[in-house]
Design a protein around this ligand. Structure first.
Ligand SMILES: NC(=O)C1=CN([C@@H]2O[C@H](COP(=O)(O)OP(=O)(O)OC[C@H]3O[C@@H](n4cnc5c(N)ncnc54)[C@H](OP(=O)(O)O)[C@@H]3O)[C@@H](O)[C@H]2O)[C@@H](O)CC1
Ligand SMILES: Nc1ncnc2c1ncn2[C@@H]1O[C@H](COP(=O)(O)OP(=O)(O)O)[C@@H](O)[C@H]1O
Ligand SMILES: [Mg+2]
Length: 281
């Protein structure tokens, strides 16, 4: 096993500054798929985080009940809706996104499981899989074979346990995740304090972030950030590394003004610009 610390020196090697003559068409189009009745906020957070991380265009695919919510809270984001009001039942779109993030707030209802299966069978874009989309995979483990190489999975500890089963020590957990990553050729963002990223036999350990991130929606924001970087043509492992680093850095930057208690997921989004500025333009 090779262990690498994700710090400023490591991230500077992969960071791409913005070309003076770029335009929104070149900056990449990210599609965020998720949300259900009562959890539209998750996709608002992911979509806004994607835009603030630098991709040129963002579309959210949500159930109908979220239409006004997303359009009013983030006018920069385009919206496509499912035919159902309260959940996603048929993931159907004509745009060609450079990256897709799927799962925040999507729920695990049977029609949503079916829609996710159909999506996995037909999708051709690089993907980040999070939250309930991970839980749906755990309920249907044979679908793991449908994932393209280097698909990014972003489980928190409970989601990870549902995917790979229980462990009795940190060493055993790492062994199991490495084996899982190798078996399906996946990039695993193993969220926690600290977050590790596992790509086969290489384990990256993040150095940014703090307990202020223990707040609702902070993972939804991370999904938007990594999807945005994928859409900007970062290789999957580099999108995961840079996304996790910047996400943690926002909390380190904000902490002196927010303290741990009042920091919320929107504060991550507010501080993405300052985090970027520590690396370049
Ligand atoms: N505003 C919105 O719309 C929001 C919508 N959201 C959406 O809600 C959906 C459900 O997602 P979810 O993660 O809340 O539920 P779930 O998978 O059951 O996991 C919870 C359990 O996991 C554990 N656990 C978690 N972290 C851990 C850690 N670091 N370390 C250790 N344990 C940890 C812990 O288990 P316990 O320790 O209690 O056994 C906890 O009870 C999903 O689609 C998501 O996107 C949310 O993002 C919130 C904002
Ligand atoms: N104590 C902590 N220290 C550092 N990072 C944390 C801590 N608690 C949570 N995080 C980070 O916050 C995020 C939480 O993700 P997740 O549990 O999916 O949140 P949600 O589903 O509410 O959006 C992860 O990136 C995790 O690493
Ligand atoms: Mg989550």
């Amino acid at each position: 096993m090779i262990a690498i610390t994700i710090d400023k020196a490591e991230v500077s090697k992969i960071y791409k500054s913005i070309d003076k003559y770029t335009h929104k068409g070149i900056q990449g189009h990210a599609l965020l798929i998720g949300g259900s009745y009562g959890k539209i906020g998750s996709i608002c957070l992911s979509s806004k985080a994607a835009l603030k991380t630098g991709c040129g265009l963002v579309t959210a695919f949500i159930p109908k009940c979220g239409y006004d919510i997303v359009q009013i809270s983030i006018p920069e984001v385009m919206v496509l809706t499912d035919e159902k009001d309260e959940l996603i039942s048929n993931i159907n779109f004509e745009i060609i996104p450079q990256a897709i993030g799927i799962g925040p707030g999507i729920g695990q209802e049977l029609p949503t499981q079916k829609a996710f299966n159909e999506f996995l069978k037909t999708n051709i874009s690089p993907v980040v899989i999070d939250a309930d989309a991970l839980n749906i995979l755990s309920l249907n483990k044979s679908w793991l074979k449908l994932l393209h190489p280097k698909t990014i999975l972003t489980p928190h500890p409970k989601e990870l346990e549902r995917l790979i089963g229980k462990w009795s020590s940190d060493d055993e957990k790492m062994e199991k995740v490495i084996a899982f990553s190798k078996e399906y050729d996946l990039v695993i963002v193993m969220k926690g304090a600290p977050t590790h990223i596992i790509d086969g036999g290489i384990v990256y350990q993040n150095s940014t972030g703090n307990a202020a991130l223990a707040t609702a929606g902070s993972g939804d924001v991370l999904t938007g950030m990594i999807t945005s970087l994928l859409a900007q043509s970062y290789e999957p492992i580099n999108a995961a590394i840079l996304g996790v680093y910047l996400h943690g850095l926002t909390a380190d930057i904000a902490l002196p003004t927010t303290g741990y208690q009042s920091f919320i997921a929107s504060d991550i989004i507010e501080n993405i610009g300052k985090a970027h500025l520590t690396l370049g333009n």
